[in-house]
Design a protein around this ligand. Structure first.
Ligand SMILES: C[S@@+](CC[C@H](N)C(=O)[O-])C[C@H]1O[C@@H](n2cnc3c(N)ncnc32)[C@H](O)[C@@H]1O
Length: 279
């Protein structure tokens, strides 16, 4: 199993090291491989299971009992399952069969029947148009590259007058800082593509004629050790992470984004939330 996992990881690592031009379809292959092997770790991560975050996002989107919810890139289904007892129905869609298997297992264990999980890429969603009163994508845009295709599909699946929302980590304001954390993110999880800016997300909504109803930004502190454990890395990348961390902690500017709480190392990340309406 270990040898098999290692081989699976080595292919994309080599791709990144050679700085090969990676097309969306190649990226999706990396995403599938990576999340298939790290599904259970991702689901066990305290951030994935944080019901306070789920409640905050649920309230931000104004989700209610009349809603039919589509969760785009739903992962192991924790947000979908949090919402399911409070809405009419939920569909979660994700490219990784490993993630979908965990989601289905959790739905079964929790006896939740009004949820359906589908394994498919979200650049073309195999569902009919105008079916969902709310379509969300949480913590996933940093994996995408075909932004227009994904937002186009989110809008197509949404009913007229329905809501569309994106929540995700966004770029650091300063380029030097952002480049540092982008490198770190890719070493921790090779399926990380790149964080977008909140302006980019706002423009994506505007150019797709979505009427923006709400925006919100917050800073979260992420436990570094736990963050590493939520994904799977090759030994080579683990060593690079250690070196990069040392470098960052010694850099006067970068180190300001690391803090110690209760003897544990945390780093700061900004999260952006946006809600719009399909006219
Ligand atoms: C960081 S996880 C977030 C999962 C979940 N939304 C959450 O908040 O816990 C990102 C998810 O996006 C999925 N994903 C990335 N690119 C995708 C694509 N093109 N189509 C479908 N799913 C995708 C991955 O498989 C992974 O499950």
């Amino acid at each position: 199993m270990l040898v098999c996992q290692y081989n699976v990881i080595l292919i994309p690592v080599t791709l990144y090291n050679k700085r090969t031009l990676i097309m969306a379809s190649d990226l999706n292959e990396i995403i599938k491989m990576q999340f298939n092997i790290q599904a259970q770790k991702f689901s066990n991560w305290s951030v994935t299971r944080n019901d306070e975050y789920h409640r905050d996002y649920f309230e931000f989107c104004g989700i209610n009992t009349k809603d039919r919810l589509l969760d785009v890139a739903c992962g192991t289904g924790e947000f979908a399952l949090f919402c399911a007892p409070k809405v009419k129905s939920v569909v979660g869609i994700d490219i990784s069969q490993g993630m979908i298997d965990v989601a289905n297992r959790q739905a079964k264990d929790q006896h939740i029947a009004n949820v359906q999980f589908i394994c498919h890429e979200v650049e073309n969603i195999p569902l009919e148009s105008d079916q969902f009163s709310i379509v969300v994508s949480k913590s996933a845009f940093h994996h995408f590259s075909a932004y227009d295709a994904v937002i186009g599909e989110m809008i197509r699946c949404c009913t007229k007058g329905g809501r569309i929302s994106i929540q995700d980590i966004v770029v650091y304001e300063n380029d030097n800082l952002n480049n540092y954390f982008e490198e770190l993110e890719k070493l921790i999880d090779i399926s990380h593509h790149k964080c977008v800016s909140k302006d980019f997300v706002v423009k994506l909504f505007e150019k797709n004629q979505l009427a923006i109803e709400k925006k919100f930004e917050l800073e979260v502190d992420i436990n570094f050790k736990e963050y590493i454990k939520h994904a799977i890395q090759s030994e080579e990348n683990q060593k690079k992470i250690e070196q990069l961390l040392k470098m960052g902690l010694n850099d006067p500017e970068i180190s300001k984004n690391f803090i110690i709480k209760d003897d544990e190392l945390f780093f700061k990340r900004n999260v952006f939330l946006i809600l719009g309406k399909k006219n």
